[in-house]
Design a protein around this ligand. Sequence first.
Ligand code: NAG
Ligand code: NAG
Ligand code: NAG
Ligand code: NAG
Ligand code: NAG
Length: 202
Amino acid sequence: MSLKVAVFMLALLCVCCVHRCVCFPNGSVAFSCGNMMPVHPPFTPSTSSPPFTVSTSAATYRPGDVITVTLAVVDNSSSQFQGFLLQARSRAQQALLWPVGKFTNINASQVTALHCKNIQNSTVSQASGDKKNEVRLSWEAPSSRNYGDVYFSATLVQDYSSFWVGLNSSSVKLDVSGSSAAAVSSSSALLFINLLSLTVYY
Ligand SMILES: *[C@@H]1O[C@H](CO)[C@@H](O)[C@H](O)[C@H]1NC(C)=O
Ligand SMILES: *[C@@H]1O[C@H](CO)[C@@H](O)[C@H](O)[C@H]1NC(C)=O
Ligand SMILES: *[C@@H]1O[C@H](CO)[C@@H](O)[C@H](O)[C@H]1NC(C)=O
Ligand SMILES: *[C@@H]1O[C@H](CO)[C@@H](O)[C@H](O)[C@H]1NC(C)=O
Ligand SMILES: *[C@@H]1O[C@H](CO)[C@@H](O)[C@H](O)[C@H]1NC(C)=O
């Protein structure tokens, strides 16, 4: 049995077990919205120093602000990344397992918008397995002040066997002179996403 067939069967098995998922035509890799872990059996996240960084255009935000988040290769590294998963998380409410805010100005030829935890565009991923040195994303802060300081957490995939989970930006602090509004809640999901097209495609 080839690796492709094996991975496909595993993906099918997961589809059958999973409560709810989004299946893409090329979908072969599952990402968990909660721990942002790609399912790349039998590989586990790399523990070596990551060749990638997650940075932001601002150190503070007000509700509704749009800031730029950049995923990039560290200086002088020859590494590139093929896949990514990115969300903002609240620091104020550590218990929150869901992303906050949403990504905007999504260029669908580069970026796939995901609706983790039913929050539209709360998470972004790659649109193709092309090798990348840098990806810039626009993120719109929630209209509520309830989330306090936030940070961005990314999974970056160099190739099928090398990926880093929990690459986090510095905190983006809530500017307390902002205004207030709504809140969000939700349920769980697993997403089957079009990752590298390295495994199953048909
Ligand atoms: C698989 O993905 C590629 C590039 O992302 C796309 O061009 C192709 O149409 C997709 N295949 C299917 C069956 O959707
Ligand atoms: C990258 O390479 C340049 C030129 O060789 C060097 O000046 C710079 O210090 C290097 N940066 C890092 C982070 O190693
Ligand atoms: C979207 O990305 C494609 C491919 O990189 C690029 O050619 C195009 O100009 C982008 N569109 C916008 C509106 O930025
Ligand atoms: C999510 O992004 C898509 C573009 O990918 C856009 O059409 C849609 O309006 C966005 N939804 C929200 C709630 O911002
Ligand atoms: C980065 O953030 C994630 C998600 O909140 C967390 O699980 C992980 O421990 C953080 N990573 C580090 C190195 O602190």
